[in-house]
Design a protein around this ligand. Structure first.
Ligand code: ADP
Ligand code: MG
Length: 323
């Protein structure tokens, strides 16, 4: 398989797009999105580093790695200055590397409690290897402790996975405000890239109402300079699909397990648009008629109300220098 040192990155000038999947709530789709977004970007021939920052190590298991048996994990990188990041990167697919977690990561917080630079450890650890990757995806634990602070210090942007429920809607404003406060401490340049809707019920009226509320909430921030100024509800929403829940138990991404199920189709499109919004500039990914797809640039969350199209969703494609 390819060695990440053997290719020029797509975005060498500005480094990779570094994204943390964050929501203090558990069970909202952080890990499923981290795994399948990372895998989908890899399938689009970009080099991806996925980092598991949750002591539950679900991202590692989802990608088929048992953090308890590999040599070096993210815990070692945080607590042991002698640990080598080269040993921590496991190649799990073509174009996809993982820094796994293990259960001892839960102890990192107390072990590092007295250390002045404890929120910035991961960022500094990653510096030496960033230029080998096009995208870095971090899966956060469902809390705002030291591990999440390290994630937020190490990325450019946060994506918030959530379900389109009224109660989740209530929480999102608070979560974004927390991101703002945390960003002020550890990473003033941190942005909220968007909200990823997971386990979406495309036919539910309630879901549609919540999405409309989210769209208007985010658009109100336009021009505000807040970290979520410019954030959008990412398209397409990821439909509820049992295959997405089954794949982790086989240590497989959705593209290994069921590459043409609705969940795979949704994550593939999400990744294409995620790539396009970063690598601005050439052509548009092909349009299609599926319920969650629609025409890029005019897509709706579930394809049936073009009037709610996000105007700020950039449409672009592969850089011309892509090998
Ligand atoms: P988090 O990391 O936020 O705790 P997960 O990604 O682990 O959330 O998702 C919680 C549960 O929901 C998991 O069992 C996962 O397999 C399942 N799940 C996530 N997304 C979907 C989806 N679109 N359709 C069906 N099940 C899903
Ligand atoms: Mg998780």
């Amino acid at each position: 398989m390819a060695d990440p040192t053997q290719r020029t990155p797509t975005n060498s000038a500005r480094g990779p797009r570094r994204t943390a999947l964050l929501n203090q709530k558990g069970g909202v789709g952080k890990t499923t999105t981290s795994c399948n977004l990372a895998a989908a970007i890899g399938e689009e021939d970009r080099r991806v580093l996925a980092i598991d920052l949750d002591p539950q190590a679900h991202l590692s298991l989802h990608l088929g790695v048992d953090g308890e048996t590999v040599g070096t994990t993210v815990y070692d990188l945080l607590v042991d200055p002698a640990a080598d990041i080269e040993d921590a990167m496991v190649q799990v697919r073509e174009n996809l590397w993982l820094i796994p977690a293990s259960v001892d990561l839960a102890a990192a917080e107390s072990e590092l409690a007295g250390q002045a630079d404890r929120n910035d450890l991961l960022r500094r650890r990653l510096e030496s290897i960033l230029d080998r990757f096009d995208y870095v995806i971090l899966d956060c634990p469902p809390s705002l402790g030291l591990l999440t602070l390290n994630a937020l210090a190490a990325v450019d942007e946060v994506i918030v996975p959530m379900q389109a429920h009224f109660l989740a809607l209530q929480g999102v404003g608070k979560l974004l405000e927390t991101v703002r406060l945390v960003a002020a401490q550890v990473n003033p340049g941190l942005r909220v890239g968007g909200i990823a809707l997971c386990m979406h019920e495309t036919q539910s009226t309630h879901g549609k109402e919540v999405v409309a509320e989210l769209d208007s909430f985010l658009s109100e921030a336009t021009g505000s300079g807040l970290p979520w100024d410019g954030a959008t509800v990412l398209r397409p929403a990821i439909r509820r699909n049992i295959k997405l829940a089954e794949a982790p138990s086989f240590g497989q991404s959705i593209f290994d397990y069921a590459p043409w199920c609705p969940g795979a189709i949704d994550y593939r499109k999400l990744a294409q648009r995620f790539i396009a919004s970063w690598e601005k500039g050439t052509e548009v990914p092909p349009a299609d008629e599926s319920p969650t797809g629609g025409t890029p640039g005019v897509s709706t969350v579930d394809g049936d109300s073009p009037s709610s199209a996000p105007t700020s969703d950039p449409v672009a494609v592969r850089p011309t220098d892509q090998p």
